[in-house]
Design a protein around this ligand. Structure first.
Ligand SMILES: NC(=O)c1ccc[n+]([C@@H]2O[C@H](COP(=O)([O-])OP(=O)(O)OC[C@H]3O[C@@H](n4cnc5c(N)ncnc54)[C@H](OP(=O)(O)O)[C@@H]3O)[C@@H](O)[C@H]2O)c1
Length: 301
């Protein structure tokens, strides 16, 4: 008998790359693992994507692919919904019909940010922009067709040593500029892809998941405070050779096409209770990524 297969979509993304890297250290030796990039499984070509799944017959699909360009989505609603909602619905339907499980990643942007305390997984949603609306529509598709077969993990402020993210942008700007201004009135929690990947592996191992889960690294900080800690650690570890002044600014001083929630801390009580969760200290998680970036920069010089 062949081992059950885990298929990951979005192999080239932050989470996709992290899952591939950590797979060998995961507790899932009984599974085969296959991460597919866009050329192998394109969510905007749903019929072809379903044909790929039908050929591979995965037992578990981790949907790490998404239309993630939050600002571009404001003028590209059709594509955002095609990838984040319609394709997700098709995959969820395939999973339900073929007795496969789906672990899907969603976002804090399904909330409007008016809460003053960490968002519960069953709290009222009200996305402020197209990206959040498309991700919420994807969640709803899953829940209508594959509620018994799926987990939706909402996460926030995802970052890693891969791709584009706030931490890497800050580090680049801190190396290039004499000073920096960073938004101080949006509060949330960074989430390292390392921790999220470990949670996904723990879920697959336990094989008992259903519904919506919230995951983050447990901070409740502004982008400005995150930038300060990024710089502090980067200087301490030798990734940056000096610190530059960082000034707090308001969201109104840094306008973007898409509105962001002013508060989006996610309450992770449910995952902590149900799964063997990874390290949960956001500063430690940041330190692992800074150290990985140091290794990467040494390798490229
Ligand atoms: N980044 C965040 O701050 C954040 C916060 C909360 C939740 N999330 C969610 O977390 C998940 C992972 O995010 P991430 O930061 O790892 O994303 P990412 O780095 O932006 O990567 C997105 C991945 O999706 C792929 N993709 C885009 N359109 C596709 C399509 N039509 N067909 C197949 N693949 C496609 C991309 O492929 P290409 O490389 O070919 O473009 C890439 O591999 C997503 O569901 C996202 O919505 C992210």
């Amino acid at each position: 008998m062949t081992s059950p297969l885990i298929v990951v979509t979005g192999a080239t993304g932050q989470l996709g790359q992290t899952l591939s890297r950590l797979w060998n250290q995961s507790p899932l030796a009984d599974f085969q693992f296959k991460a597919l990039d866009r050329s192998e499984l394109d969510l905007s070509q749903a019929d072809a994507a379903i044909a790929v799944l039908a050929a591979l017959k995965p037992s578990v699909i981790v949907n790490a692919a998404a239309y993630t360009q939050v600002d571009k989505a404001e003028t590209d609603s059709i594509d955002a919904h095609l990838v984040n909602a319609q394709a997700v619905g098709r995959i969820a339907t395939w999973a339900a019909e073929n007795d496969a499980k789906l672990i899907h990643i969603s976002t804090d942007f399904v909330f409007d940010g008016t809460s003053k305390t960490p968002y519960q997984h069953d709290q009222h949603t009200n996305p402020l922009g197209v990206y959040g609306a498309s991700k919420l529509a994807g969640e709803q598709q899953i829940q209508s067709v594959a509620a018994q077969h799926s987990a939706i993990i909402r996460t926030s402020w995802l970052y890693s040593e891969y791709g584009n993210n706030f931490a890497k942008t800050m580090l680049r700007l801190m190396g290039e500029r004499e000073q920096l201004s960073v938004v101080d009135d949006q509060i949330g929690s960074p989430s390292s892809t390392n921790g999220l990947a470990a949670l996904i592996f723990a879920m697959i191992q336990k094989d008992a998941y259903r519904g919506i889960y919230h995951w983050c690294d447990g901070a409740s900080i502004s982008w400005y405070a995150f930038a300060q800690e990024i710089q502090r650690q980067a200087v301490q570890e030798g990734l940056l050779n000096k610190a530059i002044p960082i000034s707090p600014i308001s969201t109104s001083e840094y306008p973007t096409p898409a509105r962001r929630p002013a508060y989006s801390v996610l309450d992770r009580t449910r995952v902590m209770a149900e799964f063997d969760c990874p390290s949960t200290d956001w500063r430690e998680q940041l330190n692992l990524v800074i150290k990985a970036l140091i290794v990467e920069s040494k390798a490229s010089t």
